[in-house]
Design a protein around this ligand. Structure first.
Ligand code: ADP
Ligand code: GLC
Length: 485
């Protein structure tokens, strides 16, 4: 079957979070199952660096009309990697920017226009380069594709049998814009109703995508349930409840060619469950990278790699930061994002220079070093659709302490010292004392070397490869195609 992937991120071309890992890893796995996969991405400045100086255009110019003017998009041939075909939507005035979605001061003001152009260009490009049986669209940035298909493109004969699967990676980001967006993007006003794209008087890309796609998926079973509730639905619980029969939870996989301490090229040493010694070297290398000196072996290293966003639960960490600094631990954190969290981490490190160290930036190699060199990994998320870092941690023998939400709950099992089962430590309520108690359980377990080794090995023995989820997605595509046949 021919599937077109539409997404705003994909490794190695553009990444702010786990979406990029998923869109990078799932297509090659689907190719192995015999499918034909084409991925369309915006041509950001970061993606440009992965292409030759002389761009090769598959389509030189597509006209994309807006209310008062036209824009023009080229389709750049990005070649084939691992059997996957890549195309890039080229519109420099919208995409040739240092960041993907915005700056420190907020989102780019023209994001509705940027991703509308992207979605419409993808549809137009497929008419020349190959219409798929199924569009697999990801998050709000690609959600206009099903909206266009079922509204202003609904009479186009080439799309008559095209189906759409939409994956929600994060319901907290919806692409909500003022009502006038309807006219700016040349939609008739009758799409701006509660049963279509309107959501609390906004033109909401994700909401429209949820209404118009054939099948909806999200990235863990637990999150699929959670988003149908008031607490986690981000005000989309109503429409998601209505579509509950078409909503599937498919847990993300991990690309173990990138995330395996036995082969990871970013590490000072390699290690495996049978030969763990290299992890100690990775720990020393990590402490050096963070400028932490004289850390005893009996002092556990707590690691963090994250977007600094409200979703990630660092308010809880801020609440316990004083108490945690009094424990026998050191903390290394890598992340960037909302200034309030960047400032918290900087201040915490400044007050505890011997035991807390933070690097505020995006650094892929350092993220790998933290996975390998830490003893414990912290993810106190407020909500977490899937979460990849805790799954990476398992493979690296780094024990996760997580809030029992979304994919964190689905992937981490609480350690049971009597039975020697489990892979980490979990807390239920979004409350600081519960988080601290979970960390304390981890610290107590760390004292018992034999038990700790068993706990590490339990995690390292887990396998979350893409093989199984790719089959689940393939089944979804079959189902979508069948409905549209
Ligand atoms: P989310 O997609 O919500 O950010 P995930 O856990 O699914 O959360 O994925 C996060 C991905 O982004 C991981 O691959 C992680 O290593 C990476 N990442 C996040 N912040 C940084 C950073 N500052 N530097 C390097 N990698 C980062
Ligand atoms: C989102 C979620 C994260 C998930 C990732 C990939 O960014 O926040 O939990 O792992 O998408 O699906």
């Amino acid at each position: 079957m021919h599937i077109v992937f539409a997404a705003s991120e994909c490794v190695p071309f553009a990444k702010t979070g786990g979406l990029a890992d998923v869109v990078g890893a799932l297509p090659p796995q689907l190719v192995k199952l015999g499918h034909q996969i084409t991925v369309y991405l915006p041509l950001y400045a970061s993606a440009r660096r992965h292409l030759p100086d002389e761009l090769k255009y598959a389509v030189r110019s597509i006209t994309i009309p807006f209310r008062y003017y036209n824009r023009f998009a080229g389709i750049v041939d990005g070649g084939t990697r691992d059997g996957v075909k890549y195309y890039f939507v080229d519109c420099p005035e919208l995409f040739d920017r240092a960041a993907l979605y915005g700056t420190k001061t907020g989102d780019f003001p023209d994001n509705a226009e940027r991703f509308a152009l992207y979605c419409r260009a993808v549809l137009e490009a497929t008419k020349q380069l190959g219409v798929p049986q199924v569009f697999h669209v990801h998050d709000w940035q690609a959600a206009l594709i099903p909206i266009y298909l079922r509204t202003v493109y609904n009479l186009d004969p080439v799309f008559a049998n095209c189906g759409v699967a939409l994956t929600i990676h994060n319901a907290g980001y919806q692409g909500a814009f003022p009502p006038a967006t309807t006219e700016q993007l040349l939609f008739p006003w009758d799409v701006f109703t509660m049963d279509k794209v309107e959501q609390f008087n906004d033109f909401n890309f994700l909401k429209g995508g949820l209404v118009f796609s054939d099948i909806l998926t999200t990235v863990s079973r637990k999150y699929a349930e959670e988003i149908q509730t008031l607490e986690f639905g981000e005000r989309l619980d109503g429409v998601l409840l209505k579509r509950a029969a078409d909503l599937r939870g498919i847990l993300n996989g991990v690309d173990y060619t990138q995330w395996d301490p036995a082969t990871d090229g970013n590490l000072a040493a390699h290690y495996t469950p049978a030969a763990l010694a290299g992890k100690h070297e990775c720990r020393a290398d990590l402490l050096h990278a963070f400028g932490l000196k004289n850390v005893a072996d009996s002092t556990p290293v707590l690691g963090i790699v994250s977007r600094f966003a409200i979703q990630k639960g660092f308010d809880l960490l801020a609440e316990i930061s004083g108490q945690l600094a009094e424990r026998n631990v050191v903390v290394v954190a890598l992340g960037s994002g909302e200034p309030v969290y960047e400032n918290f981490f900087r201040g915490w490190a400044f007050r505890n220079q011997n035991s807390v160290s933070v690097q505020v930036r995006y650094d892929d190699a350092l993220a790998h070093k933290i996975e390998a060199g830490s003893d414990i990994f912290l993810m106190p998320s407020r909500y977490e659709p899937c979460g990849l870092n805790q799954i990476y941690s398992l493979k690296y023998g780094t024990v996760p302490v997580v809030r029992a939400t979304g994919g964190l709950d689905d992937t981490i099992e609480e350690w049971d010292a009597d039975l020697s089962t489990g892979t980490g430590f979990k807390f239920e309520g979004y409350r600081a004392p519960e988080f601290l108690a979970a960390i304390d359980r981890a610290l107590a377990a760390f004292e018992d070397k034999a038990a700790w080794k068993q706990l590490m090995l339990n995690g390292m023995g887990q396998s979350y490869s893409w093989e199984h989820p790719a089959k689940e997605y393939a089944a979804v595509y079959e189902e979508v195609a069948l409905r549209r046949a």
